[in-house]
Design a protein around this ligand. Structure first.
Ligand SMILES: Nc1ncnc2c1ncn2[C@@H]1O[C@H](COP(=O)(O)OP(=O)(O)O)[C@@H](O)[C@H]1O
Ligand SMILES: [Mg+2]
Length: 365
């Protein structure tokens, strides 16, 4: 699946443009603030029915001509079926609409997965440096995409957890029968066990994929590991603490993944470049899993490619994504010359210069 043409109207800094893309590699360059990431975000939008960044759709409407709406349209080509597919979106400050081949969606959720996509962003470094929530979310999202049993257990677990937490808060005001908590504890244990089993299995297979990509990108022989760190599922043990705090302090919703390099914490000991390479390896492994599950190569967006990595690593990465992964790739960077050097007159690479609210296709040299 690849994006052939995109149309943007009043989306962020773009008033009205259309851009035709290469089915292989597309390099987007221009000064800071020119609008490179905005293009990638529009592509993200068409896949996920929302922006990668802002939660409020109003922020995506162009504020300089104030027409009060934005529209996006993508024309895609499905390689295997040799068929075209159009996705259109319109937002008018009140409502958002999505169409697939001009047929309007009733539920946006049924669109997710139609055009699979992986976004590699500078903010991904949070997966290593941030709290456990981002890592759980990363893992939960990948597993639930292909495993309905897991998704079901996750939904039920979180529902029960919310009920238990509400009861803990209620117990500040009145006496609650312990038997009520026991019912919730048993349910949390039951769903929690299912979730843990699937997470463990997933991490085993996923680790070897991450390892493989890490080796390719970094050309280093570090051994890496993704270790599942479990909190206590015997909720009785922490019951007194839970009562005092008014929420459930342990369970699979507090589990974590610890990233290790040479058996040491990646967060504590690795260099910036190693951390970034690791995060990219995580995303490429994610792309690989999605491809296996859906049978379609996801579109890959690489924003600010030289962020935290040196020229050499970036070069290896770019050659990897352009030669070893059969996805359509979009790469953004400020320096067009540097990108052209890296790709060194490969024919399947297109270059686009972004300036003054416009995008112009340029020559490779
Ligand atoms: N709703 C909007 N209307 C007009 N311009 C916007 C809007 N949202 C963001 N921008 C502009 O987009 C620019 C940032 O674009 P971005 O794609 O992040 O740049 P970069 O090329 O550095 O990736 C900023 O100049 C900002 O003012
Ligand atoms: Mg940017």
């Amino acid at each position: 699946m690849y994006l052939k043409t995109i149309f943007l109207q009043n989306f962020k800094n773009y008033k009205d443009i259309s851009i035709g893309f290469s089915k292989n590699v597309n390099c987007i360059y221009g000064l800071n603030g020119a609008g490179k990431t905005n293009i990638l975000d529009a592509i993200h939008y068409l896949s996920f029915t929302k922006s990668f960044f802002s939660y409020s759709d109003k922020k995506n409407i162009n504020f300089s001509n104030d027409l009060g709406y934005f529209t996006l349209k993508g024309v895609y080509v499905h390689d295997q079926e040799d068929a075209e597919l159009s996705i259109r979106c319109a937002y008018d400050q009140k409502e958002k609409h999505f169409w697939l081949n001009e047929k309007k969606y009733k539920k946006f959720s049924s669109h997710i997965g139609r055009v699979p996509l992986v976004f590699i962003s500078p903010s991904d470094i949070q997966l290593v440096e941030g709290g456990s929530e981002s890592r759980r979310k990363f893992m939960d999202l990948i597993i639930s995409q292909k495993n309905k049993t897991y998704l079901n257990a996750l939904v039920k677990y979180h529902k029960t957890l919310a009920q238990r937490n509400a009861l803990l808060k209620e117990s500040f005001r009145k006496n609650i029968d312990d038997a009520l908590f026991e019912i919730f504890d048993d349910q949390l244990k039951e769903w929690g066990d299912v979730i843990r089993k699937e997470r463990e299995q997933f991490l085993k297979a996923f680790t070897s994929k991450v390892e493989e990509y890490y080796r390719i990108i970094s050309k280093e022989k570090e051994t890496i590991a993704l270790e599942y760190q479990q909190s206590n599922l015997e909720l009785k043990k922490n019951f007194q603490i839970d009562l005092r705090r008014g929420f459930t302090t342990s369970g699979v919703h507090r589990d974590d993944i610890v990233f290790l390099m040479h058996q040491k914490s990646l967060k504590a000991y690795a260099s910036e470049g190693q951390k970034k390479s690791f995060v990219i390896a995580l995303r490429l492994a994610q792309l690989n899993v999605i491809k296996e599950a859906l049978g379609i190569s996801p579109i890959l967006l690489l924003d600010d490619i030289f962020d935290r990595i040196d020229q050499h690593r970036a070069q290896v990465l770019l050659h990897t994504v352009s030669n070893q992964i059969d996805s359509q790739v979009f790469i953004s960077h400020t320096d067009g010359k540097k990108l052209k050097e890296v790709f060194n007159a490969q024919t399947n690479v297109h270059f686009y210069k972004v300036e003054k609210q416009n995008v112009v296709k340029t020559h490779a040299s």
